[in-house]
Ligand binder design. Structure first.
Ligand code: DON
Length: 321
């Protein structure tokens, strides 16, 4: 199928409709390099199963993965060691607390972190990436991501440095993890790999493509390459639905209904699985969506990006529920 100009027009109109919602958030002030971004930006890229890209708004700008990387580390690690190995070390339960909270850990003293998307779980699984050093672990993850997007990716050194200097809470969290014997490597090494993975630069186009691969259960319908198993993709989507938007995950599921993962840089990666339409019984292909809107709400999700996805999902009936 050819590129459809009506989809392009719609996305452009929806970016305009939703740009104003950026005032409902602010850029991530706790990481100074993210805090200085222009909060009014909003962009979206969508890719279909035939490789047609539709991009509207501020889509030339690259930004860092931040928490979106947590979903990708989970997948990379599960592919390497098997899902059972990973799920023995991290659970799949939402916490109802902020992504960087120490509370669930301190109060419940679980035998493993609640899920790989809160910082405690993410630092735990990043430390498990294969390789003796954080550099080797980083290279392993980078190679996996480059395999998915099909081109080289880079670290945003300014964001990395900024986060390294301001990571007091994550450092505290990593010490808790070390005390609980969840970390086999040194705290500073674990923090280094975690912050590096958060600082990898991507575009909305990259996020759309990875979202498409997750939507198709690890299969890239454009290149016909199978990157990871259905089993891994299913658990990744469950995590995206239940924990992907942190404490807005319930609302996001109700009003958007698309498995998604957000980051404090303002990125959202969404995976729209193929669907049998409930009214017409027509089969509709899946898609991947990448959003960028650096003004984030109190939960840490792009304010305008979330509102735009809400509108898109409603208008195009994209909810999986
Ligand atoms: O650990 C942090 O605070 C950041 N590197 C990532 C947090 C994040 O993206 C949470 N997402 N919404």
């Amino acid at each position: 199928m050819q590129n459809n100009p009506r989809i392009q027009e719609q996305l452009e109109a929806w970016v305009k409709d939703n740009k104003g919602h950026a005032i409902l958030g602010t850029t991530a002030q706790y990481i100074p390099a993210l805090g200085k971004e222009d909060p009014s930006q909003l962009g979206i890229c969508m890719v279909d199963d035939e490789g047609n890209y539709y991009c509207a708004g501020d889509t030339t700008k690259e930004f860092t993965l931040q928490s979106i990387s947590k979903a990708l580390t989970f997948i990379a690690l599960s592919r390497h060691y098997g899902l059972d190995f990973v799920l023995e070390r991290v659970d799949v339960e939402p916490t109802g607390e902020a992504f960087n909270s120490i509370i669930p850990f301190e109060i419940h003293r679980p035998n493993k972190p609640f899920n790989p998307f809160i910082n405690a779980g993410a630092i735990t699984i990043s430390a498990l990436l294969p390789g003796q050093t954080s550099q080797k672990k980083y290279e392993f993850l980078l190679q996996f991501l480059e395999e998915l997007v099909g081109h080289p990716l880079e670290l945003d050194k300014e964001v990395y440095d900024s986060e390294w200097k301001s990571s007091h809470r994550n450092r505290a969290l990593a010490y808790y993890l070390k005390e609980a014997k969840f970390l086999d490597i040194e705290v500073e090494e674990a923090l280094d790999i975690y912050i590096r993975q958060c600082s990898i630069k991507v575009s909305t186009k990259d996020l759309a493509l990875i979202g498409l691969i997750i939507a198709y259960d690890g299969f890239n319908p454009i290149t016909k390459v199978k990157h990871f198993s259905e089993e891994i993709a299913q658990v990744a989507k469950v995590l995206m639905v239940t924990c992907g938007m942190y404490n807005s995950s319930g609302n996001f599921a109700a009003h958007v209904g698309i498995p998604a993962k957000s980051g404090v840089s303002g990125g959202i990666m969404a995976a729209v699985p193929p669907k049998l339409h409930s009214q017409t019984y027509e089969f509709r292909a899946g898609a991947g969506i990448g959003v960028y809107g650096p003004a984030i709400d109190v939960q840490g999700n792009s304010a305008a990006g979330t509102m735009m996805l809400r509108q898109i999902s409603k208008e195009w009936d994209l909810s999986i529920f």
